[in-house]
Write a protein that binds this ligand. Structure first.
Ligand SMILES: *Cc1c(COP(=O)(O)O)cnc(C)c1O
Length: 374
């Protein structure tokens, strides 16, 4: 049996979610654009899923768009808003610790004449509202700051940045992929212009993203084709996936408090135990403003790649938070951005807890780490 501690990478599809999805992969395979009854039923299933998602985040149904993944939602939000508003300015503000779906989208926009400011976070991994304020120019049309970081779990001051953006007539998008299902998210309270999520990060299926765009926020579609998603995202809908996403978010919202309390307990227990039993540890990222299930630790003097290999031999799935390219472990850009030295950054281990992890599994993980490192 594998011990899965990589819930920031993806989560296990919930049994209940699969059960809701199955009929749309088997008996009812109709295209939701078809006019016969089974087509209408498929369309109705999408409508219900859209309502569930809107309900969960305090949005209206006409503000929800289905895409193929979190990355596509990020692309559609940032490019879509940038294209639709380019006559008002060409400046975008983001942070240097965003997911590649945002960073590389911004890079692409730079190649098209947009100017992008990449804000460096504070050493605790939080982007200061003041740094955003100082970066605003009369040409700024969009700010995109992630809700919570995927490597160090830090939660950004989204409500404050959204307010700052609103006062300056600038649109504000947040990549909420990591936070959804782990912390309370209400778009009416946050007053963001756009927000991305991805089903497979909250026990839904892979291959479904959601983009919330507040009514009245102009954005241009980036995929041309049919009329689906109110002309904003062409392509025959992933009916089963969308149904699963609705169900997954409904479950996640209902159990949010109990699950996040549980993950936090496991995470704190893990941190407490490794600190007691392994010397020379550095914990990365703010400990308070942080996702309940995220831990990111540097074991000074330990090779992160080797550590993952040894953990894998013991059936433990975890992550270094760094990209491995050509067999070489590159230090995580997020850790470098918060000022962790290169050699220290290479010793990082990201352990992210999920709703099904147990104390026994954490004990096994700690025992394994002690064995490997000492
Ligand atoms: C996983 C993730 C994404 C990408 O979502 P996909 O559905 O895998 O494309 C984007 N942003 C963050 C913060 C993520 O953690």
């Amino acid at each position: 049996m594998i011990k899965y501690f990589d819930n920031a990478a993806t989560t296990k599809l919930d049994e209940e979610v699969l059960k809701e999805m199955l009929p749309y992969l088997t008996e009812n395979y109709a295209n939701p654009s078809s006019i016969y009854s089974v087509g209408k039923q498929a369309k109705e299933a999408i409508t219900i899923a859209r309502m569930k998602i809107a309900d969960a985040i305090g949005a209206n149904v006409n503000e929800i768009y289905f895409t193929s993944c979190g990355s596509e939602s990020d692309n559609l939000a940032v490019k879509g808003i940038a294209y639709a508003n380019s006559r008002y300015g060409n400046h975008i503000i983001t942070s240097s610790i965003e997911h590649p779906a945002i960073l590389n989208t911004c890079k692409a926009l730079e190649g098209m004449g947009f100017r992008v400011t990449y804000l460096k976070p504070e050493p605790n991994g939080i982007v200061s509202v003041d740094s955003v304020r100082k970066a605003i120019t009369k040409n700024t049309i969009l700010i995109s700051i992630m809700f919570a970081n995927n490597e160090i779990g830090t939660i950004q001051p989204i409500k404050e940045i959204a307010e700052l953006a609103r006062r300056n007539n600038i649109y504000f998008h947040t990549d909420c992929v990591q936070a959804m299902g782990n912390v309370k998210v209400n778009v009416k309270e946050l007053k963001v212009s756009a927000l991305s999520m991805s089903a497979h990060k909250f026990y839904g299926p892979k291959g479904v993203g959601v983009l919330y765009v507040r009514e009245g926020v102009p954005f241009k579609r980036i995929q041309d084709g049919g009329h689906q998603e109110r002309e904003k995202r062409s392509g025959t809908e992933n009916v089963a996936g969308i149904v699963g996403t609705g169900k997954a978010l409904e479950i996640a919202t209902k159990n949010l408090e109990i699950n996040s309390r549980k993950m936090k307990t496991l995470r704190d227990y893990y941190l407490e135990n490794i600190q007691l039993r392994i010397p020379n540890i550095r914990i990365n990222g703010d400990l308070e403003k942080r996702l309940p299930g995220n831990s990111n630790v540097c074991f000074l003097g330990v090779d992160g790649a080797k550590l993952l290999e040894e953990l894998d031999k013991r059936n433990i799935c975890a992550s270094s938070g760094s990209a491995c390219s050509a067999g070489l472990l590159q230090p995580s850009p997020v850790l470098l951005a918060i000022g962790v030295p290169r050699n220290v950054a290479k010793s990082s281990l990201r352990v992210t807890f999920g709703k099904s992890n147990t104390l026994e599994e954490v004990d096994y993980l700690v025992r394994s780490l002690v064995e490997i490192i000492n």
